[in-house]
Design a protein around this ligand. Sequence first.
Ligand code: ADP
Ligand code: MG
Length: 725
Amino acid sequence: FSSPRLAAISAVTNYKPSSAPMNFLEEPTSELFNCNVFSPSVMKKRLPKPVYKALMRTIESGEKLDASVADMVASAMKDWAIEKGATHYAHVFYPLTGATAEKHDSFLSPDGEGGAIAEFSGKQLIQGEPDGSSFPTGGIRATFEARGYTIWDVTSPAYILENANGTTLCIPTAFVSWTGEALDKKTPVLRSMQALNTQAQRILKLFGHTDGALVSSTAGPEQEYFLLDRNFYYARPDLLNAGRTLFGAKPPKGQEFDDHYFGAIPDRVLAFMLEVERELFKLGIPVKTRHNEVAPGQFEIAPMFEFANLATDHQQLTMTTLRKVAEKHGMVCLTHEKPFAGVNGSGKHVNWSMGSASHGNLLDPGETPHDNAQFLLICAAVIRAVHKYQGLLRAVVASSSNDHRLGANEAPPAIISIFLGDQLTDVFEQIKSGGANSSIPGGTLTVGVDVLPPLPKDAGDRNRTSPFAFTGNRFEFRAVGSNQSIAGPLVAMNTIIAESLDFCATRLEEATGGDPEKLHGELQKLLTEIMNEHGSIVFNGDGYSQEWHDEAAKRGLLNLKTTVDALPVLEGDDVKELFSKYGVLSERELESRLEIYLEQYVLSIGVEAKLTVEVARTMIFPAAIRYQNDLASTCSNLKILGFEFDTDTLEVMTSLVKSLQDSISELESAIAEPASDELMAEAKHCCETVLPAMNKVRSYADALEGYVADDLWPLPTYQEMLFIK
Ligand code: ADP
Ligand code: MG
């Protein structure tokens, strides 16, 4: 084949599945669920009763774990894992890159007599010491002080991971520096869940609920992704190294027909999905839905919601599993937010709520006026939090890749707003005007007296343009990128809502002076005040429209278009105070995050820029001049023979080739500009100079794609990648 592209097309056309379809009758999914998890039921069977009970108290109500318990748990865990074929154990942790990291250790230790015995002590279970020196720590820990510890997270169960070459016991852990600072994504999630619980208890107490049952935040993340044949992937250095195409003209047929969305799932993709689901079931991940997404080649997977911490670990495992299984099926799973320009991007909708064993979901509108009052208060607290910390919510979803998606007319804009739906908006409007006419037939809505009109479930689905939507019994944060860890967004939501609940509880405690009779009256006042001050964040219309951008500006809402605009929010005094007040992130921990995110932004754009130069110069330019040469020789040959040749195409080609060459040089000098040692300045340079220079190269390359002879074009086209299955 004359090009990797043509070889790829041929390989894709001749693809045959390598393994037999799965048999779900022989291996029923019900038996698979949780089979590789050291779950409460396994623990119950294998641990002495008091040990089991102590452990469950820690898991369920956050009680401190007795160190003596750890040895017994470790021993039972080891036996269970070895029965499942495990040879190693790994402390799994979640560094600030958003990836998953693991350090493997063998169970075997020399027994001093020439043999070896399997060993796994409580100490090894509780704490590990990976050489974490190569993980970014944002100045918290200098490289020479490489020590960082992984600490067992009791609330996230250990599991067995099967690989082609062995089986490993995986233990989810937090990753901290020797001074106790969080170097990871998990630690702040756990801290923020604690903060939320503390404040939620005060609210529940106001409503007479004093059982103290742990209130946890819950999360259900919907993951969008693209699948593509791996032959195409390997023929595209941009996809391979940056996870997105840096070149590619829009195909004549895009997603205009909407014929892919919820359409029949192609066989090869279905086989992949079934296997993904089976693997996830084994790990106790409750996957529930699957369907095609808007763009051709785009799909979605969503689990049932779980406690935020567990959901976060499971989300990481889901991404890893998607990638691994895709490979087995000769495909590649792209979780990048915008793999294909001009085609729908991928997000991760994070559904969020909070609840407890005794009160259920606290965002479920209740059936009695009293329950409704509590629901309205919590809802109002969310509205206040999102308005007050809109910049923070934007900052925690900021990345160079998500910048391509937010505001790109198929994803929520960079402006944070809340969709409440008509009924709930109407209720809050009435509250704002102090209980005017009600939507309840013939009534007036008074908090604590009237019942809410029935709120439609999943109302949010009718408005996909909102970044933060109430969907009947939860909020859905839709600005999160498909490649991001959900930890950051969850930490932000938990903490800002904890702060808001704190504010409300303090106000109501003071105003009522502990007299429950006064609660509803004071609550009505508080809700009115919150809606007057923060109601401008509510918007139910089309978030994609220009009118909204204008209206949002009038309302004074932030519109932080890029990562460079958004990340400085993390330096704000209000944000520093928020995170330190609730013990979620110290100032130093917060600073380190800003530094790491800026660094990642600069690094990713740097890689993309260099790739743009490489592909443009070594693949596109040569193809273009070959074709230019074809045209030129045709022209001169015809002239010799006395024929006329219309040189229009040759002229266009010549001018495009020249522009391509010039733009490559321009990009090269943008890359070469002396690096500033100030990260923010560097990031600005990437955003304002490097990115536009990359886009310029791309525009000429994409124009050339429309002229150069098809058999000379080196890169698989959008058409081929998105439509061939
Ligand atoms: P849609 O595509 O309509 O938004 P999906 O069914 O794909 O809906 O996803 C909804 C997600 O919301 C699921 O992961 C579901 O478990 C989750 N969810 C439902 N209730 C809650 C809750 N109380 N807290 C957190 N997530 C929830
Ligand atoms: Mg959704």
